[in-house]
Design a protein around this ligand. Structure first.
Ligand code: IMP
Length: 422
């Protein structure tokens, strides 16, 4: 039976999904992005080369794969145009391999402007967004006033619609005392839109044809469970469904076709942007940053770091239906004498084994830790499960058991060959 696998982040994004998708895309012919936009940053290292992809599925780096950007995504034509040029400049062909849903929504020039202005004026309630206009674009989609990819087929209509919307957006900006957008941006925007026109497709029909042909399909989740608009640490979340259900609504694949859900998680926890992080550890952050690790692929921001939090990953397993786990960055813990795992929270003196919906309560949760022996050995050269230090194996088994899913993949470094399959 063909595989139709959804890959999701089980934490706050940046779990190393890009690398795992790249590894899994060897056994999948079709790779689909179904939510988010160029707020994502998926890093893939192929031999001596390093690629950072924001919107184009990481599977594009494997010859012969078909890549789909589904209806649930939001697309900034200027940013996507730059990503295409980067790939073409490095010898990667995209024509005839990349298909963009005609139903995907467009990030218009005023969306990033509004995103940044809202953040600037929010003071204490700042989300810490990537500034890519993701929230305002999804906001327009839900308010039913968004622009969609199919409008790129009609350049005159797009120009007129943009001018009208820029006028309306500038009214909003004036009202709030924010900086507006000049009409000059329309020229660059429509030029970028023209580059994307050949890629626009009816991706629902395409996906169903590929299903009928029994193709192996991988859904490349972006961000992570705790950035999900419904299940994340609201309001410190992104604006799409980053959990497994989003793969279906964002692509047109019915749920009964899904064969497996893979959850990717780091051997510890990180998050960028604002919002609570119960297992926060400055000791861990200092060490990882000192090693040059944990800086954002999209914004370069230093990520906040915490111990592995099994309350979160257990919740992620439940809402996503995670079958298999891929644990990344185990090598980040190589130098510690002891490693901690958050196994529960205490809230107002009571045990709490699931993340509270109220962000105020979540911020008051006190982590309960279990301490594990460190392994103090370099794991980055390990080639098999057996060759990992026993203490590292015990730790990995424990975090998989606490999460409640099968440990299937362990990543000991960014390269394809630094991957252990169990
Ligand atoms: P937005 O998606 O730009 O609106 O940002 C909302 C929140 O999601 C912020 O905390 C961002 O830092 C976070 N975020 C968005 N995309 C990513 C990602 O790909 N990795 C990690 N965090 C992300």
């Amino acid at each position: 039976m063909a595989s139709r696998t959804i890959l999701v982040g089980a934490q706050w994004g940046d779990e190393g999904k890009g690398k795992i998708i790249d590894v899994l895309s060897e056994s999948h012919n079709v790779i689909v992005r179904s939510q988010g936009g160029n707020n994502a940053g998926h890093t893939v290292e192929v031999g001596p080369e390093k690629f950072i992809l924001h919107l184009i599925p990481s599977g594009i780096l494997r010859k012969g794969t078909t890549c789909i950007i589904g209806n649930g995504t939001v697309i900034d034509p200027v940013a996507l145009g730059k990503e295409l040029s980067m790939l073409h400049g490095r010898g990667i062909r995209t024509q005839g391999r990349l298909f963009i849903s005609e139903r995907a929504h467009l990030v218009a020039p005023y969306h990033p402007a509004i995103d940044k202005s809202r953040e600037k004026s929010a003071a204490k309630r700042k989300i810490g967004t990537t500034g890519r206009g993701i929230g305002p674009t999804y906001g327009d989609k839900i308010a039913r006033v968004g622009l969609r990819m199919h409008e790129l087929r009609n350049p005159a209509g797009l120009r007129a619609a943009l001018k009208k919307r820029i006028g309306e957006a500038n009214e909003l900006c004036r009202f709030n005392g924010w900086e507006g957008v000049s009409l000059d941006v329309v020229k660059d925007y429509t030029a970028a839109a023209a580059v994307l026109r050949p890629y626009i497709a009816d991706t629902v029909s395409l996906l169903h044809k590929l299903v009928e042909k029994d193709r192996d399909i991988l859904f490349e989740g972006a961000q992570g469970t705790f950035l999900d608009i419904d299940f994340g640490t609201y309001p410190y979340v992104t604006s799409s469904n980053t959990t497994s259900g989003g793969a279906c609504t964002g692509s047109g694949l019915p749920p009964h076709h899904v064969t497996k859900v893979v959850g990717v998680m780091k051997a510890y926890t990180t998050r960028v942007g604002e919002g609570p992080l119960p297992s926060d550890s400055s000791e861990l952050a200092d060490l990882l940053h000192g090693m040059g690790r944990e800086f954002g692929a999209t914004t370069g921001r230093a990520r906040r770091c915490g111990w592995f939090d099994a309350v979160l990953t257990g919740f992620a397993r439940r809402v996503n239906g995670i079958d298999d786990l891929a644990v990344t960055n185990i090598d980040g813990l190589d130098t510690f004498a002891a490693v901690k795992v958050c196994t529960g929270y205490r809230l107002d003196g009571k045990k709490q084994d699931t993340p509270p919906a109220d962000i105020g309560d979540f911020a008051r949760c006190q982590p309960v830790y279990k301490t594990f022996k460190g392994w103090r050995r370099d794991t980055s050269g390990c080639k098999s499960w057996r060759s990992l230090p026993p203490a590292a194996r015990d730790y990995l088994k424990a975090i998989a058991d606490l999460t409640g899913a099968r440990l299937a993949i362990v990543s000991v470094g960014p390269k394809r060959e630094q991957t252990l399959f169990l």
